[in-house]
Design a protein. Sequence first.
Lengths: 1063, 219
Amino acid sequence: MQDTLTRRSFVKAAAVAGAAITMSSALAGCFNESKEPEPSGSSSGGRDYYTSICHGCIQACPCKVYLQDGVVVKIEGHPDAPTSLGSLCLKGLNQIHTCYSPRRVLYPLKRTGPRGAADAAWERISWDEAIELAASKIAEAIEKYGTYAFFCSVGGGGAYSFMQAMTLPMALGSPTVFEPGCAQCYLPRIAVGGYMYGGADQSIADCAVLEPFKGLAPKEAAKGVTQDTKVLVLWAAQPSVSQTAQSGRGMAELRARGCKTIVVDPNFSPDAVKATIHLPVRPGSDAALILAWYRIILDEKLYDEEFTKFFTNMPFLINPATKLPWLATEVFGADAQTTDPNTPVYVCVDEGTGQVAPLPFGDPAAVKAQVNPQVLATATVNGAQSRTAAQVYRDEADPWTLEKAEEFCWVPASRIRAAIDLYAGAAVAGIANGVASDMEETASQVPVGLVGLDMIMGYVNKPGATLTQNNALPPEGSPRPTRFWNGFGGMFGQMYGIGYEVGATEEANAARIAAIPEVWDPSMQSPPFMNQSTLYAMNQLLLDRLGMKEHKGLYEWCHSHIPTVREALETGEPFHPRVWFDMSGNKFAVLGSAGAWYNAIMNGGADFIICQYPMITSFQVEAADLIFPLEEWLEATGASEFGQLNYRYPSPGIIHLGETVPNSVPPKRVCDAASLKLNEKLGTVTFGATGKSMEEMGIQFPLGLGVLGGADSEESIWQSQIDTYKAVPGAENVTTKEELLEAMKNRPDFYLPTPPEEYWTYGQHLVKAADGLPLGFATESRKCEVYAQILIKMGRNGFPYCYPREQAHIDSRLGSFGGDYSPICNVPIQKEAPQVANGDQYLGKYDPDFPLAITSGRVYYFHHGTMRHAPFTRELYPAPHVRINPKTAAEYGIANGDWVEISSRRTQGTNYDPSKAVGTELSYSGTKEQNTKTAEPIRGIAFVAEVVAPGVLWMERFWNPECYDSSQSSKTGGWQESNINVITNAVDPNFNEVFGSYTNRGFQVNIKKSSRPDRVWFEPKEFAPFLPENKNEYLPDDIGVTISNKALLTEPVAFPVAAGGEL
Amino acid sequence: MARTLVIDLDRCSGCDSCVVACKFENGVTLGNYWNTVVPVVPVGTHPDIDMYWLPLQCQQCVNSPCIAACPTGASYRDQENGVVLIDKDICQGCKTCLPACPYSSPEGNVKPSVRWYNEEANVVEKCTLCNHLTATSDGVENIEDTTDPAHAVPPCVHNCSCKARHYGDLDDPASDASQVIAQAEKDGRGVHLVEAEGATPVARYILSADIAAWRGLGV
């Protein structure tokens, strides 16, 4: 997320917009004649390679792309990549079959028949018509129903349009945007890192955890950079699968260098296979396992005493009435606030005197002279029996002895003990926390628990730890760190003004809001780019966002609560989002309870659906009314800016096909065009649920800064690449795209490393701040908040996201911490669970119809919904494996390689009556309830082996693009046949309290032997229609195949700057 | 000359990237696999289990029963570097070599198999160690120029996600293949052959006992 906007770039963009010409004139003649392949390449007939960076998953492996006669003929890993070191996985290699797939959409397409895959038909239209159609539909809905009638969605596979999808609805006055990842993928973990210390989180997949891979590259080692991680805990992470070549290579190198690993995973993943200790935890029971670790670490004083006492809030005494730490001023009067008001003094028990005493923040040596805080303690404060935060934790952990954990989590006690000893006995260790908990009821509890463990161990900002920051050390004399809240690390807060700056005083926050002018001031040189009317309106969007009253953690990325959006489509309550712009791939493959979504949409929930994606997936073939063609990775300039460790690699568009465009372009065009239409009707367009017109609100379109993220033309994207990579030696004089490509051609060293000393940095919190104290952390207490006190406030009024206004208090029945969000790891009720001895207190009622626990995880072959069209992948993995233990398989009469059918409450319905079941088989066979929440059971291939425990199944998402191949005599959308998201639970209110995460893992199913579904391909040769030598499915016959087709080798679409007219 | 792959199973994650790298490089058609990755699934009872993945391709046998069996001379050994190859211009698709090879399925159409019968072309195919790239290579890749014929390695080796795969001549102690075996032996890690009746394979597999017990193909 590099899309920070400065006043300078904003003014620049506005100036360009002022010089707009109309789209039609600029596009005249653009598409009709084919051009020579570009780049032309000086050695015609020979191969030239260009440095690029793979876009096959969320990480990004540097690679070399070989071009011959305008066609990409080979891709290989870049040997100078600091982690992948030349490796490249099958997802990267298969990009050739993605880019040139007969499934590519290369021109704007409009649906010509009814929705649904069965008779899907498309008409090629011009970009002019496409933008106009989208803008008209949006504007018409907003005119008729108000601004909340529009909404967006986005996703993480193949086309990353996060910023565009978040900012387009806000620009058009709507609060509604969702992404199936988000609460179910990474948002909880990144948010918790922010809540607890204002720092990088523990996700290895999302490139927050980089430290373990430091010093692997020979070129870096030669500079003295060392590999320091000697003990690594992979908690629900399988980097060797999810990031096959990057972290897979990194993990292999780490293990070869002697790094010990603890892997917590129900599945015998490759990282579990190679682990020093594997804890095959029962799906969904991680929180209890974490509390067992706390119990031993606290009781046996295995924690880092100095760090815990002086750099965490564990010794703070907690006011039982407010659940917040006592402030020294509340107990000892105003004089007890001895540090600057931005650094509150709290209260502890002094180990020396046994008395309650003020505990100021400061250098440990200096504080020690005044007070020695006791970690585990209870004391009377202002008449109230008060426990320290550590004591609250210890009491929560009390039931979770090793023996109890073994019974509940299905992991031998001796293994748990060995893992704790390895982790806590290390000089430095670190936890990398994967995605599983994001998909369970424990989405907040698990990351809170795991970040807290590293904190009490003192594994923070140290070489070898995972809680480390990768940027230059702040200079001495810097101000006390603060964190601005709202949207992606505070970015939206800074731009829009909404959100509290944690670490600054209330007075400072109020003054910042008061300084926002009543009237737009074009001379403003710094954010927020806002006046009071717009601030109020934007703030209203936050308050009205669907599902936010209960699940306020979603504010972290400015996203709506997905099940609540689906209900709004079904019921029109509290408002009806009608016109939908989706900027991602297969929503039916990746949204939980996909059947409910399908029914909501196909029963008329959405009036008009605009999509942009490089392909037609199940979602587009079933539901899209209009499709914008996007560039695939090999065409897309600047597509992947993650880099790898401290190295950045260029991301040039190496080829270009048809009329595809960068993903940032259509949202900006649509926003401009819709705004032009709507600004003529400000007096009659209603702003959301206020009942007031835009005019009465004093606002116009687009709100705020419009659509953010990426550039609005191919030219400016190239300019950005040129600006960056002219820093490569030898490229200093590059000014054009052609010169940049020429400069990098056949060069093995075209990349930009950051000096190690500016990247691998430690001890940030110890640098001396302006007030003479250590810098500390960007939290309220300036310490690591193992007891995440911010969560208590958040549930009550939306702090810090909604400031200056307040969101309503959560329904107190929702909060697992006495009516509040839990600030510590606890064990919430797992709604669907297998029979667990003595587990009733923590589990929903056992449902004998669905006795098996299922969980999920990636396979190497795919990233999210991608690659099911890739023939070299599908022949290897034609259908999803259902991993099942031989003992369980025998009980159900299932043999290795059998097709099996999996059912859950989402396929059988809540009123399913098992007494109507016939026969003696263990599988259900009763009457299925038909309602809008149900779909048919799914099917997969049984992989019978001791890779999961008895009673546990494991399966990854799947969908089948062959189901609507033109060769099929009848078609389906291909999302129902083998898709675990048909059976996942996003319909029952068992959401995580803070983030609203629904349950994609750790729920209950049944299984029985079955057969191959109709239309589904399985034998290798069946996948031949996916090979690039086939005719493109969406082009006329005279254009033909996608690959090696000179008619399709075009210059990028030369959009005029503001399609649809001048703003 | 003993050109081969040496595969470090302590590293292999079973990701199948080598299979796809091979298919792109050699234009291997759907349903044929010049290399495959065999999951050698756990024995024992959960959770006391171990497993590994065994990438399998032509083992470059010293005795090469395929060459002895071939009636047309299509199966042959490269005179310059000793690599066992198939001349597809000569091969008539008689499949006599398939039962002769102890690592191949009788019809060359079922995994695990190192030789595959390509129905469309009516020839038998297998791993060539990418001899079209590596014929004169010393097996130590030049990372500044991966196409350098003096140092090229097969794409399955170059791209291997976990650097499990190594290429080179075991008779050349300086080759990557020889070096990795020497290091493994020094570290006390197991160096194994996939033994089969009638075969004297050259390919080597490294597996540490603390990762898993060696069970060959596990079948």
